[in-house]
Design a protein around this ligand. Structure first.
Ligand code: S3P
Length: 173
């Protein structure tokens, strides 16, 4: 079993909101790696960062994603930083699942993440942090992506419809 589709992109790109809609459209379950981390550890992402540090969070994140790539057959949304782990990038490529990069300009991401308190990496200075993360991660997203969808001017429902249409073009049933 492999995911029907994996969503990658920066925080605020719409992975969770569009992913939930897409799962409904495709009539499959939805999972978010942050929720899988929380289920595996009993801690929120913020607690993990605060109590055990980012490296510990990344290790659990890589593990739950590896498991989901083997066992989960729905729409899988990844935390924005998951692609910084080399083993995760290898597992994503090997999975054969379509990898969809959700894209939006930093100013749109910034508006969407709001006060960013639940996102430890953005808590200090969200504008500067988002710009830095975009610079660091865009190459990974681009290199991995089967295709990209611009989410800036689309509602989650429209993003989901666009992804479903692109998936259908690739393998009509
Ligand atoms: C992170 C993004 C978050 C979460 C954690 C770290 C990141 O997920 O995994 O706070 O490194 O960009 P979202 O992309 O769903 O916000």
């Amino acid at each position: 079993m492999t995911p029907r589709v994996v969503l990658i992109g920066l925080p605020g790109s719409g992975k969770t909101s569009s992913g939930r809609r897409l799962a409904k459209v495709l009539a499959v379950p939805f999972a978010d790696s942050d929720d899988l981390v929380q289920t595996a550890t009993g801690c929120t992402v913020r607690e993990l960062f605060e109590d055990r540090g980012e490296a510990a969070f990344r290790a659990v994140e890589a593990e739950v994603i590896a498991t989901a790539l083997r066992d989960f057959a729905g729409v899988l949304a990844l935390g924005g930083g998951a692609v910084t782990d080399a083993a995760t990038r290898t597992a994503l490529r090997a999975s054969g699942a379509p990898l969809v990069h959700l894209r939006a300009p930093v100013r749109t991401l910034r508006t969407r993440v709001g006060d960013a308190r639940s996102r430890p990496l953005l808590a200090e200075d969200p504008d500067a942090r988002l710009s830095a993360l975009a610079l660091e991660r865009e190459p990974f997203y681009r290199e991995l992506a089967t295709f990209e969808v611009d989410t800036a001017a689309r509602t989650p429902g429209q993003v989901a419809a666009r992804i479903a249409a692109r998936l259908h073009e690739r393998s009509p049933r």
